[in-house]
Ligand binder design. Structure first.
Ligand code: M6R
Length: 615
């Protein structure tokens, strides 16, 4: 949802801002723009479409060079994705320039007031009001940071704002409320960005900004205050990955790289969380064991792929701890007045840590007295900051919009939380926990095996490129896997895809089955809960009898499905509850290849953005 970069230092601000925007383009790619301070003035350029369009415009009409600048890559909320609505936005004098991520909810009212005072606004965006308000405030106080604080107190909604003023050529000012902004501290230079990826090639030293704070960066000086100008405490941290982690490393797409990184991501997420005896070490879960023992209900909130991870977690938590668990879409949660109290543990799952729906759900939960544990992949992001505890997934930066390695590591984290609850509540014996942990430790190798056998899956996907619909079926933990397979296909291949609980088929959806309709079926292990397996084998026969082309994901050695599978995708044998960790991988590869075959942009699917920072 919009990427923002700001720079002040001794190098070319334009080069640094453009390079930063390239790393943030996953956040939105409807338009891009830059502004640079130079020779006492301000120059800017902006263009609808991808960053490449802006780069072409800049090659045709270069901007003057300067050491202070800002930039933006947009995911449109207010106003069409055209040149006029692209950021940065300027005031009428052309001396103030602002970029913005979020939604200024009272912009219509502010716009009317500005117009009445003689300002001419030329875009349909909410952002432009901030540029005009900043210009007004600056003209009375002569200080950009002070002007920003005054403006922020007028704004309602969610916003990250970053601004420059031609009268303060060595300053970039930022502000944040409910939307991300981090500071990069370099050697005699400083950066502001929505995500550390924008400046990771220059510095790994960062400062987290808190809620409702304004930051002023100069060469060698960073000053943070709250919106009333009171000095704020800053938390500095070292980013534990480097620029190479945010590169494609020879892969055509980030998604392919991220799929391939899954064995390592899974291993890294387990690292340091299991001691030599196989017991769990989750010291970072700062919620006291006594409180966890009193928990009467677990509620998981998340969106999209993270929601599917949460659905799978429900099976593990209830099975291993016997504590009732609900998984709910974060966007629905607070609107239905959920029943929560101090004995409710809410688990908020989010790769980015910035998803507004999830953030609002966790705030609501905390207001009701519930304890919140975040499962998150982004250090220092808002969701873990506002939670009582956090379990970080160590997937490394996920750049492709479609989530892959983050999903697998979210699952690992959920299993760890479930086992940990079992450990502190005594519902699982130590040797049972050690046995699951041992099985989890083998998953990385098993995912590696799956990745080594994907050529037939890719070939199958290419052969289905002209289909209009693909259905996905599963039971038990295979059901969320089916939903996730369908989501991947929708977002990447722009095909109609739906996941169903296989048992629901006869209650309606079976009417969709027609000759040669591809149906992917995730088959649980025949060992363990054999009743599940036998039921789904019957479901496969039912759809095949009606003409479906069956694509069966089944564990090695399960021969019972062979007669009914038009295409068979083998995955290593795992315990039933852990099967999603291996069964999801072929579905990611399938969607990625189908999207490629259809000529779609794999890393940046249309209409989407990586982190959804508006409700
Ligand atoms: O950053 P989050 O995990 O909170 O994001 C939640 C969803 O927006 C995300 O999982 C989305 O569904 C994926 N891009 C789908 O691949």
């Amino acid at each position: 949802m919009c990427g923002i970069v700001g720079y002040v230092g001794g190098r070319s601000a334009l080069d640094i801002v453009i390079a930063g925007l390239k790393r943030l383009e996953y956040r939105g790619y409807d338009s891009a723009g830059v502004a640079v301070l130079s020779d006492g003035g301000l120059a800017s350029a902006k263009k609808a479409g991808k960053l490449a369009n802006l780069e072409k415009a800049l090659a045709d009409r270069p901007l003057p060079s300067g050491g202070t600048g800002i930039g933006h890559t947009r995911w449109a909320t207010h106003g069409a994705p055209n040149d006029a609505n692209a950021h940065p936005h300027l005031d009428n004098s052309g001396r103030v320039s602002v970029v913005h991520n979020g939604i200024i909810e009272n912009f219509a009212e502010l716009r009317a007031e500005l117009t009445a005072r003689g300002h001419r606004l030329s875009s349909e965006t909410d952002t432009e009001v901030a540029a005009h308000l900043l210009a007004e405030e600056f003209s009375s106080c002569g200080d950009l940071a002070e002007a920003m604080r005054n403006v922020c107190r007028l704004l309602e909604g969610a916003f990250t704002l970053v601004a420059v003023h031609a009268d303060e050529p060595d300053v970039v000012v930022g502000a944040r409320r409910n939307s991300p902004l981090v500071v990069g501290v370099g050697n005699d230079e400083a950066f502001l960005a929505s995500d550390v990826a924008a400046f990771i090639e220059h510095t790994r030293e960062a400062i987290e900004l808190g809620q409702d704070q304004v930051v002023e960066v100069r060469r060698g000086a960073v000053t943070v205050t709250d919106f009333d100008g009171r000095p704020a405490e800053v938390r500095e941290y070292h980013v534990d990955w480097d620029a190479s982690a945010a590169e494609k490393a020879g892969y055509d797409y980030f998604m392919l790289k991220e799929i391939a990184e899954q064995p390592k991501a899974v291993a890294d997420t387990l690292l340091g969380r299991i001691d030599a005896s196989g017991a769990l070490l989750l010291d970072e879960v700062r919620i006291p064991a006594g409180v966890l023992r009193e928990v009467e209900k677990v509620v998981i909130v998340a969106c999209g792929t993270a929601f599917h991870a949460g659905m799978i977690a429900k099976y593990a938590i209830e099975h291993w701890t016997r504590v009732p668990c609900e998984t709910e879409l974060a966007s629905e949660f607070r609107y239905r007045d959920p029943i929560l109290d101090t004995r409710t543990l809410v688990v908020a799952i989010s790769q980015s840590g910035e998803t507004m729906d999830t953030l609002m759900a966790l705030r609501h939960a905390r207001e009701q007295g519930a304890k919140v544990l975040a499962i998150c992949n982004t250090n220092g992001s808002t969701i873990p900051r506002e939670s009582d505890a956090v379990l970080y997934t160590h997937a490394g930066p996920e750049i492709a919009v479609a989530s892959t390695k983050a999903f697998l590591t979210q699952l690992v984290a959920c299993y760890l939380v479930a086992l940990y609850l079992g450990q502190v509540r005594g519902t699982k014996w130590g040797d049972e926990i050690r046995s699951v942990v041992r099985e989890l430790s083998e998953i990385g190798t098993q995912v590696e095996q799956v990745l080594g056998t994907m050529e037939p899956v890719r070939e199958l996907a290419r052969g289905l490129a002209d289909k209009r619909t693909v259905l996905f079926l599963g039971r038990h933990v295979g059901y969320p896997v089916a939903l996730e397979g369908a989501l991947k296909l929708k977002e990447l291949a722009y095909m109609h895809a739906e996941g169903f609980a296989a048992g629901e088929l006869k209650h309606g959806p079976i009417a969709l089955i027609e000759e040669d309709l591809p149906v992917v079926v995730v088959v649980p292990s025949p060992r363990g809960r054999s009743v599940l397996h036998d039921k789904i084998v019957s479901n496969i026969q039912e759809i095949r009898a009606r003409g479906a082309r069956t694509i069966v994901v089944a564990e090695e050695g399960d021969e019972s499905v062979v007669p009914y599978a038009d295409h068979l995708i083998r995955v290593p044998a795992t315990p039933t509850l852990l099967q999603p960790l291996v069964a999801s991988v072929p579905l990611q590869v399938f969607a990625c290849e189908l999207a490629t075959a259809r000529g779609n942009e794999v890393d940046q699917p249309r209409n989407l953005a990586k982190s959804v920072t508006v409700e």
